[in-house]
Design a protein around this ligand. Structure first.
Ligand code: PEP
Ligand code: MN
Length: 341
């Protein structure tokens, strides 16, 4: 249940509602919006009729039952879209934010040259992997702390906020000291210990959808973060496993539109992992932009053929510039289709 406080509700009235929610046997999660505050009553086994009765309490606008299992992530609970601030870059404010960089941080020269190139082409955030989840234990596993130091340095020098993946609860503190946003990779979407740990910090989290996860499971994974207190969550669609073998994954653009319909959280699209093919990045980026995605996550490498991970799906610098130019191109005029008919 969600208790919507009125715009005029006082601090005391909000505190009273929080107390009553707890007395009724629920956990109370308070979200202070720009205009009004909402109190979410979550948990099971409480006395629901006592919550319903709060409609009569001072400062309460209404009490709404949320039918979705993901209470705090649901658009029913919060119709206004969430904007997540990542080192000064706003994701979810209606603009298209481009996050770009190498799959893995490989060296100072590789990271700095990529950061300069993507920034010059218009990317607002830099992403580079320090800890890599690799299918084979014999593949490059990332430079770890050395990569974190390089990411921090490049961030100071270029003023570009940085994103990197966290795979283990043990690394959370050190990663937070160096970067602006933590990525939870597809394989870790349901690593509940990791989600619980990330819920008690305020650093923004980029939560990738698991390759076999339904949209509901993805949103419930995000619910772990919000329920624990971290509201700075951005969802990322990166393709799912299907019977198709020509692409690495099947980029599920319907899920992007659906997640934006079901949730107030921003949703970004990763066409690199979503297709595994360099040639498909531009068309799918344009499609994502057209359907209202809040951002893109694109892998870029100075020399993809030498990349230590994900070379076949990485753009080189010229390719990334072309992508950015094509994103700015208008869509085909409708008259052209009518004329052709
Ligand atoms: C990555 O972003 O480089 C990565 C490993 O992604 P995913 O978790 O989506 O496979
Ligand atoms: Mn990758």
């Amino acid at each position: 249940m969600i208790i919507n406080m009125s715009e005029q509700a006082t601090k005391e009235q909000i505190e009273h509602v929080v107390e009553r929610v707890k007395e009724a046997g629920y956990q109370a999660i308070v979200t202070r919006g720009e205009e009004r505050t909402i109190v979410a009553a979550v948990g099971s086994g409480g006395r629901r009729h006592e919550l319903e009765a709060l409609a009569a309490a001072g400062g309460v606008a209404d009490v709404v039952a949320i039918s979705d299992p993901f209470k705090l992530v649901s658009r029913q609970a919060k119709p206004q879209r969430t904007v997540v601030n990542v080192g000064g870059v706003r994701i979810g404010d209606g603009s298209l934010v481009v996050i770009a960089g190498p799959c893995s941080v490989e060296s100072r020269e590789q990271l700095f040259s990529t950061a300069r190139a993507v920034k010059a082409a218009g990317a607002q955030l830099l992403r580079g992997g320090a800890y890599k989840p690799r299918t084979s234990p014999y593949d490059f596993q990332g430079l770890g702390v050395e990569a974190l130091r390089l990411l921090h340095e490049v961030r100071q020098e270029l003023g570009l906020p940085v994103v990197t993946e966290v795979m283990s609860t043990e690394d959370v503190d050190v990663i937070c000291e160096h970067v602006d946003m933590l990525q939870v990779g597809a394989r870790n979407m349901q690593n509940f210990a990791l989600l619980r740990r990330l819920a008690v910090i305020q650093t923004p989290v980029l939560l990738k959808r698991g390759p076999s996860a339904s949209v509901k499971e993805w949103l419930l994974a995000a619910e772990y973060l919000l329920a624990g207190g971290n509201r700075n969550v951005v969802l990322c669609e990166r393709g799912i496993k299907t019977f198709e073998t020509e692409t690495r994954n099947t980029l599920d653009l319907a899920a992007v539109a659906l997640a934006r319909e079901m949730s107030h959280l921003p949703v970004v699209v990763d066409p690199s992992h979503g297709t595994g093919r360099r040639s498909l990045i531009a068309p799918l980026s344009r499609a994502a932009a057209a359907l209202g995605a809040d951002g893109l996550l694109v892998e870029v490498h100075p020399c993809p053929e030498r990349a230590l991970s994900d070379g076949p799906q990485s753009l080189d610098f010229d390719g990334f510039r072309d992508l950015m130019d094509r994103l700015a191109e208008p869509m085909r005029p409708l008259e052209a289709r009518i004329g052709a008919a």
